[in-house]
Design a protein around this ligand. Structure first.
Ligand code: TXA
Ligand code: MG
Length: 324
């Protein structure tokens, strides 16, 4: 069961939360928008645990929470417009989707393998925690997939109390709805999700109108769109029990695959069939397998349980037929 800890002594709470995060475990914490389920964004297994805990059937990208612009600019590229928005509205309920820096230490699972990264600087306790921890925190809303976002610690306890070790309680979230998500692309700003910061305020600071994609938040989750981002150059086939000469094998667990001696390269998502480890290794392994330059990547069967559902979803997208 979760330990629900009301924040009386801030420095003690910060210390306790930092210790949990440093061990790769998760903390449910207050932000001004909603309560978040936070993990070390640079630790792939911590990020995998976020998806596992929420029971998300897919690896959609997570918002990475930063202590401020200084920390954020180590992970994303700010142009003048993005900087102006961040300087005006941070800390606060504005998330910016910007180009991820090649040298960012944020784990690829947190950005779902995309070249962009969603960043925001929250206010209050979360801000102090990130500053003290010294690394960005990946944090979706602290609810099970498909449930509403929690604005109070007892909502988190009711929904995730049996799945998360520490819930920090700082009373009701002041904003109560999620952050507004804006993508900045050169001179253009697009509203990906309306939220706690009014679009009008953003437009008046940016001195331009927000582009509003007709499908709103669905844009990023539309399978077609993700598919194009996700597709490796090589073709990919799933549930491979045997290997043709020259194929790259992505294995899972210790099972044997017929013809493996003829593979051009062999990877393993998790030799001991640990789903958290497999999820953490997934994006990087696909990338590395693709770099081998083989025509086909064969992936061993992965059970459809727990995180396996999201792993297989990702693999299905990569293996979907496409026009080239
Ligand atoms: O207020 C909030 O934003 C809360 C608190 C905890 O900070 N967090 C939150 O996270 O609502 P989450 O994971 O529930 O929603 C994140 C949204 C998702 O819809 C995701 O698709 C979008 O952000 N997103 C993340 N990275 C993106 C990217 N690179 N491009 C486009 N959309 C992105
Ligand atoms: Mg959510």
């Amino acid at each position: 069961m979760a330990k629900v800890s009301i924040i009386h002594n801030r420095s003690k709470a910060l210390e306790e939360a930092c210790a949990v995060l440093a061990s790769g475990e998760l903390v449910a914490l207050p932000t001004e928008t909603v309560y978040g389920l936070a993990g070390d964004a640079t630790n792939g297994e911590a990020v995998a645990r976020i998806f596992e805990t929420k029971g998300r059937p897919r690896f959609n990208p997570l918002i990475c929470h930063m202590a401020g612009i200084d920390m954020a600019q180590r992970h994303v590229v700010f142009n003048e417009l993005a900087r102006k928005l961040a300087e005006t509205f941070w800390p606060g309920p504005l998330t910016l989707v910007l180009s991820k820096r090649m040298d960012s230490s944020v784990h690829p699972l947190a950005s779902a393998g995309l070249e962009t990264l969603a960043v925001r600087t929250p206010a209050g306790f979360a801000n102090e925690l990130i500053d003290r921890f010294g690394k960005p925190l990946a944090a979706p809303s602290a609810n099970r997939s498909g449930k509403v976002s929690p604005s109070r610690a007892d909502h988190v306890e009711a929904d995730l109390g049996d799945r998360v070790g520490l819930i920090l309680d700082a009373g009701p979230a002041t904003v109560g709805v999620e952050s507004t998500i804006v993508k900045v692309d050169g001179d253009e700003i697009s509203l990906l999700r309306p939220g706690g910061l009014e679009a009008d305020s953003i437009e008046s600071v940016a001195e331009r109108s927000l582009i509003r994609p007709a499908w709103g938040e669905a844009a990023i989750e539309a399978p077609g769109m993700l598919r194009s981002h996700y597709a490796p150059v090589a073709r990919l086939r799933m549930n491979a029990s045997s290997i043709e000469p020259g194929e790259v094998l992505i294995g899972f667990g210790g099972g044997s695959v017929e013809g493996v001696e003829h593979a051009s390269r062999v990877f393993n998502l998790s030799p001991y069939a640990d789903m958290v480890e497999a999820a953490a290794n997934l994006f990087d392994t696909i990338l590395q397998a693709d770099r081998v330059g083989a025509g086909m990547i064969a992936v061993a069967p992965i059970p459809e349980t727990g995180l396996g559902e999201a792993i297989n979803d990702r693999l299905r997208r990569a293996s979907a037929p496409r026009n080239t």
